[in-house]
Design a binder for this molecule. Structure first.
Ligand code: PLP
Length: 358
């Protein structure tokens, strides 16, 4: 029986999508084979891949100035691919430090280029995000990198900042949760396993003008333009993940697009935050304007009750609520595929637990 899965990633996928995939698993259409047994150069697969890309472009309203790539290697690979391509020898790359993932991005980029951390919230254990007005952007900077949604700390920078430099964002845990203005970004990347589909696929949205500036002295596999020229089929792509991502894009489209999910996601997040804020038993340490709508960490007044909380929640079908080891406590990841019903059941459980032990 399927239960409510609050895992941060790989994460919940819509049951509608999974059922469709199950129905098509042995034979795609009347092709005589499963989609995962099919050549990525076949006509059928090309149709599936092209449609997925178009649906992604449609739902995010990706402008013609930008290209969309289906890559591998996860967001972690982008931590190095970005500086390999876009850091210039005599300039620096500016990074905003707002949580564990931007910290990793900084650490990887530092191996390859001169990195300047232009704003940081590490002083308060990443319980807020550095105010955009205080980002101290250098004049000859190659690009500015930030993470709009820190998956581990549940800290978000909700509005894309206006900066006078190419803006790059790690949107792994927030992409497709609400509409964004893609034109503000030179490059966006996101691993698929949070809000899109199975692991193995990494989405990249890149401005074509920006792509022209890439480092030409790299192997093809590390060059964005080589992936773009070959429609992300420079080598064998993760065909099954791409196909499933396409199903998710279609599901988003037919559900009402990103406006619908924005409303849903805000409703889910405020249901949970409101309850937490009104309780003296649970708390969330993040500054209100920086709270994530996708990942909601919370701590219990008495951490001796943590394991009991996890044991009892699991028993009634609320799974993967354990917080990241670096933060402790609990975390509920409530991506697009988690319905309001799941969040309501979580809140109901939290009330009962509080009444029993609080
Ligand atoms: C999960 C995550 C990553 C790491 O993704 P991988 O695909 O495992 O490399 C990076 N950044 C953010 C914001 C994430 O949520």
């Amino acid at each position: 029986m399927r239960k409510w899965n609050f895992c941060a990633g790989p994460a919940v996928i819509s049951e509608e999508v999974l059922s469709e995939v199950r129905d098509e698993l042995l034979e795609w259409g009347d092709s005589g084979m499963s989609i995962m047994e099919m050549s990525h150069r076949s006509k059928i697969y090309d149709g599936v891949a092209t449609e997925a890309k178009q649906d992604f472009i449609d739902i995010l309203k990706v402008p013609d100035s930008h290209d969309v790539l289906f890559l591998q290697g996860g967001a972690t690979h982008q931590f190095s691919m970005v500086p390999l391509n876009f850091s210039e020898p005599n300039s620096q790359a500016d990074y905003v430090l707002s949580g564990s993932w931007s910290k990793k991005a900084i650490s990887e980029a530092s191996i390859l280029t001169q990195v300047q951390t232009i704003a940081s919230s590490e002083d308060k254990k990443f319980t807020y995000a550095p105010n955009v007005d205080l980002w101290n952007i250098s004049s000859d900077v190659s690009y500015v990198h930030y993470c709009p949604n820190e998956t581990i700390q549940g800290v978000a920078i909700h509005n894309a900042p206006e900066v006078n430099a190419p803006l790059i964002a790690d949107m792994s845990s927030v992409i497709l949760s609400e509409p964004i203005d893609v034109s503000k970004f030179s490059l966006i990347y996101a691993g698929a396993q949070k809000n899109i589909g199975p692991a193995g696929l990494t989405m990249v949205i890149i401005s074509k003008d920006f792509m022209d500036r890439e480092n030409k002295n790299l192997p093809n596999i590390l060059r964005y333009s080589k992936h773009a020229e070959s429609d992300s089929m420079l080598n064998t792509p993760p065909t099954f993940s791409w196909y499933m991502a396409g199903k998710v894009f279609k599901w988003i489209k037919t559900s009402g697009g990103l406006e619908f999910f924005k409303e849903q996601n805000h409703k889910k997040a405020s249901t949970l935050y409101n309850y937490i804020d009104n309780s003296s038993f649970y708390s969330n340490p993040v500054r209100i304007e920086n709270r994530s709508i996708m990942n909601v960490p919370f701590i219990l007044a008495d951490n001796n009750l943590d394991s009991l909380f996890l044991e009892e929640s699991e028993k009634i079908g609320l799974l993967n609520l354990k917080g990241h080891r670096s933060v402790g406590g609990m975390r509920a990841s409530i991506y697009n595929a988690m319905p309001l019903e799941g969040v309501n059941e979580l809140v109901d459980f939290m009330k009962i637990f509080e009444a029993k032990y609080g």
